[in-house]
Write a protein that binds this ligand. Sequence first.
Ligand code: 18C
Length: 259
Amino acid sequence: VQTEENDSNLEEFGTGGPARNHVLWSEIDRVCSEQLRYAREGVGQGGNGWQIFADEGEIKMYKREEEVNGLVMDPLKAYHSVNGVTAREMCHYFFMPEFRNEWETTLEDCTILEKISSDTFVFLQTHKRIWPASQRDALFWSHMRKITDGLDEDAIDMWVVCNNSTEYSKQESKNSKCVRIFLTVILACQTLLPPGKTKNDKLSRDELTCKITYCSVVNPGGWAPASALRAVYKREYPKFLKRFTGYVIDQCKDNPIMF
Ligand code: 18C
């Protein structure tokens, strides 16, 4: 990961902090709230277009088949539940760029274009090429915050990371043949404890459960055959969720619990 701009703001995570004064802040705040509302909407009983496409243990992945001007833009909604980590830990490893290469299998290069604050960065990512399609890249802001209202009844805390494409930084692709994709992603995590326990109790990691909702919409930016694209995400999304959560569990297992 390369850093092109540095800023040493060290405010508390999830407060907005200095990011509040940034030109992107109103968009970041609005999109995070919208995405959180969207993540909380269920997938219903199949009547509203959500179809399950991956069902492996705790992982359930749903898509809605949508095309705009012939481009596949199927929204994805995935659920998972893992033991041994907190919501904050899960979001921390998703958000912090220094870990990304270790779990993100489609990544070729990740550059931090701007550190708006310690919980808000702008990234330019180049992804691996799938022959014969053009290589893709993405320019997006990423924001991590703590959520204090509307938690599930059994949850003790909630953290989210929201990623959303932006054109605010007119950064060109690193490779002139790259097609820019547009993404909107939310990772929403809640921590659950055994009945009667609180985070002030002495806890072991096997008493922690992290309930995850991951939603994404990726606009491929330029034409790609629908069947190939659907085959790619059917393979890549379950691979991502298993690998990422497994990575976080492994990183955290010998560390003190971070709420
Ligand atoms: O959310 C995830 N990661 C975050 C941090 O990186 C961030 C990034 C999201 C990028 C998602 C889009 C990546 C597209 C890359 C092209 C595919 C390369 C595959 C290479 C395989 C060897 O939010 C986790 C993201 C999990 C990504 C799953 C794959 C989604 C595929 C979407 C298809 C996009 C069009 C590609 C055109 C290919 C045509 C056949």
